[in-house]
Design a protein around this ligand. Sequence first.
Ligand SMILES: NC(=O)c1ccc[n+]([C@@H]2O[C@H](COP(=O)([O-])OP(=O)(O)OC[C@H]3O[C@@H](n4cnc5c(N)ncnc54)[C@H](O)[C@@H]3O)[C@@H](O)[C@H]2O)c1
Length: 338
Amino acid sequence: MRILVTGGAGYIGSHTLLQLLREQHDVLVFDNFSNSSPEALKRVKQLANADFEICEGDIQDAGRLDQVFGDFNPEAVIHFAGLKAVGESNEKPLEYYAQNVAGSIELLKVMQWHNCRRIVFSSSATVYGDAKYLPYDEHHPLQPANPYGRTKYFIEEIIRDWAASWKVASAVLLRYFNPVGADASGRIGEDPNGIPNNLVPYISQVAVGRLKHLNVFGADYDTRDGTGERDYIHVEDLARAHLAAIDFTATHTGCDAINVGTGRGATVLEMVNAFEKASGRSVPYQIGPRRDGDVARSLAAVEKAEHLLGWKAKLDIDDMCRSTWNWQSANPEGYRQD
Ligand SMILES: NC(=O)c1ccc[n+]([C@@H]2O[C@H](COP(=O)([O-])OP(=O)(O)OC[C@H]3O[C@@H](n4cnc5c(N)ncnc54)[C@H](O)[C@@H]3O)[C@@H](O)[C@H]2O)c1
């Protein structure tokens, strides 16, 4: 099947691409490389031993999208492209709304021009905001607490309206919890620019010696050991969820939001321990005050994914830490060393 992947050079995109190629899909990557490296795509080609088209372009550019859709004629789109840093979104909200929201509108418009009716969109658990109850199920109220989360919320609503107005359209909004890990080969992985915003890339950079210690924001939460608890999902499981969602859109119309998590949580200190075990390195940490906007616990209800997509996470935090370490130790500077 012909699938256009926006943001396919990024962390989750590159892992999904690998699985799409292994399943013999015909793929085109559309990416502006604002937060990724063409090196990731080169490595995906080597790992899959398969070729695919790459188009450098911005999703805000409807003309460029129109041309690419005309040439490639995709049957479905997986839409990863967008900006994703919560902190930065507070400083540059208009940039986030332009790239994420306006960019998605251009994409949906062009899809319809070319009669491409199937989309799987990268949403996020940040759409839920403060937990009214746990685990978060897909009916939980949506109250995102920052501009990044609001872009995801608005895009969800726009896709929902798009699908409602075009009766043949089919959309799956995948609400990711906390994606971590890397392909088992250690050849591709998460390669953040600058200081990582997320826990596991931060821990792995401490383990490899790029950063001195981990700052733990708060150890007085109401959790097993006082540190924040999150639902981490292995990027390989997450990639599989996209393939299942693409299959689902073949036989369904309308729009469904679906959580992608494991339903199990790990605290910051549990993750540190798992990483020390996987890497054989120590991860020094310092406990500091809570950080504004952080919640004590976040956990996904996972029944809907299993029911609608027949998908369930298989990998645990030991797999996540082992594969992250494989990647980080073989590529201490990420993709930059080649
Ligand atoms: N990683 C996470 O923790 C997480 C959690 C929830 C949701 N998400 C969402 O999943 C998607 C993928 O995340 P990721 O971690 O792989 O991020 P990433 O930054 O590694 O990948 C995003 C890709 O999109 C490209 N891109 C950005 N803006 C673009 C634009 N205007 N036009 C074309 N390409 C553009 C970037 O160059 C990059 O290759 C994002 O939409 C993100 O918001 C990520």
